[in-house]
Design a binder for this molecule. Structure first.
Ligand code: ADP
Length: 433
């Protein structure tokens, strides 16, 4: 019994100690937990920072990769551009040599002139595309919206693409509703897009292929599809075809020519109209389809200027002064205009242009803008001041074709603005008064 009592007393005292020990342990654990919590919070902060830093590095790497890609595409583009601009020079030089060879027959001379004409036109189109894409990317391209009819736009596009289509003996079928589709658009720009799609269809299809253009209206949209039976586009390349400088078949199709900006330009022009353009293909070898959707009615956007009306009346001979510091350009243009029966004087700088103007009193002056002594703008302003009210047509002929350049020319007193190389037919139209 005694021993039982002792045992109980010992148990009691030991359980007190245990409780105290437990309490101490609990307290210690609590302190440790608090410290661990602080350490964990610290760690988690560190992790958050590390993650943020890693994301920043990843974004930077991404951006560097994008820059490298853009840089590589730009380099490839410059190489292609040099190649494309150099290409027409050989036939032009050879044709020029043929046309002045003593033994050349009239037929050979005519043929060499056609070659030069064709190649110059090709170069002009390339340069126009380059100027246009730079205007689209800088947001300075203004559409000339007007009420227009779809089939006449399609006719223009087909006419432009026809030589490439015929050269590869493709069969083109055009499927347009019989009733006229009237809508608001810039007809020249839409025709430019469609001729680009048709030309691509011809370029990227083996000879004797099939090309179809189908147009219809769907509610408030005008829908135009260009389909071909050509080399097609892989699923991986499809999302890239509208990127600037992208040429998805670059190794196989370099011979087809092109700068890789046609589709980027087409997309820019269609988006300016408030429309969309998309590409589809069943894959390589399965042909391609491009679909353009244009809103049937486009609100008149600000900054859309109507073309200056050309002065058109009956044909007559003019007394013309040409001022251009590029002598070859001035003299060849003068020769061309003389062949058309005009009386022409050519000079090569601004001050001489002004004294010649006062002396010969021309009724038309064709002025380059960047000339030594006085710019074309200054010359035009002074000509207007010195003969107010005189019947004088001033035409700017420059390498600068941006809309701001045209506006500047009109503000200086020019009636018309032509971009070099001047299209002789357009010039002849302007001189028909
Ligand atoms: P390019 O001047 O090279 O023709 P584009 O911008 O018009 O430039 O076209 C970009 C690329 O898209 C072309 O280089 C070509 O690889 C591809 N492509 C365009 N149209 C077609 C088509 N109808 N069929 C197959 N590939 C096409």
């Amino acid at each position: 019994m005694t021993s039982d009592c002792d045992k109980l007393r010992r148990v009691h005292s030991s359980s007190n100690e245990d409780v105290e020990a437990l309490l101490r342990l609990l307290h210690q654990t609590e302190t440790e937990l608090a410290a661990t919590k602080v350490a964990l919070e610290h760690k988690s902060q560190e992790l958050v920072h590390a993650l943020a830093a890693q994301r920043e590095i990843e974004a930077e790497l991404h951006q560097q990769r994008d820059w490298r890609d853009a840089d590589r595409r730009k380099d490839e583009f410059l190489a292609t551009l040099a190649h494309e601009l150099r290409n027409p020079l050989a036939p032009i030089r050879q044709a020029a040599l043929i046309s002045k060879a003593p033994g050349a027959t009239d037929a050979q001379k005519r043929w060499s002139h056609d070659v030069i004409d064709r190649q110059v036109q090709h170069m002009s189109l390339l340069l126009d595309d380059l100027l246009d894409i730079s205007r689209v990317t800088r947001g300075t391209l203004a559409l000339r919206m007007q009420s227009t009819e779809l089939s006449s736009i399609i006719d223009t596009a087909v006419e432009t693409a026809r030589p490439t289509i015929d050269a590869k003996r493709h069969v083109l079928s055009v499927d347009v509703p019989s009733e006229p589709i009237q809508f608001t658009a810039d007809p020249l720009r839409v025709a430019q897009v469609l001729s680009n799609l048709l030309t691509n269809a011809a370029k990227y299809t083996d000879p004797e292929g099939q090309i179809r253009l189908i147009a219809h209206c769907d509610g408030e949209s005008v829908i135009i599809r260009v389909q071909d039976s050509g080399i097609g586009i892989s699923a991986a390349a499809l999302p890239r075809v509208f990127n600037m400088f992208s040429q998805v078949h670059s190794t196989t199709d370099r011979s087809e020519g092109g700068l890789g900006i046609g589709l980027a330009l087409a997309q820019g022009l269609i988006e300016l109209h408030g429309g969309t353009i998309e590409a589809n293909s069943g894959g390589l070898g399965c042909g391609s389809e491009f679909t353009v959707r244009l809103p049937r009615r486009t609100p008149r956007a600000p900054g859309i200027a109507p073309d200056r009306p050309a002065t058109v009346a009956n044909t007559s001979r003019h007394r013309i002064l040409i001022a251009d510091d590029n002598r070859d350009s001035a003299e060849t243009l003068a020769a061309l205009l003389r062949l058309e029966g005009h009386e022409v004087t050519s000079v090569h700088d601004g001050p001489v242009a002004l004294s010649a103007f006062n002396e010969i009193k021309p009724d038309v002056a064709l002025l380059d803008i960047g000339m030594p002594g006085l710019t074309g703008y200054e010359v035009a302003r002074k000509m207007r001041q010195s003969s107010p009210g005189a019947s004088l047509t001033l035409i700017a002929i420059t390498g600068w074709g941006q809309d701001v350049d045209k506006e500047r020319a009109y503000a200086a007193g020019f009636d018309h603005h032509l971009t070099k190389p001047v299209d002789p037919r357009r010039l002849a139209e302007l001189l028909r008064f």
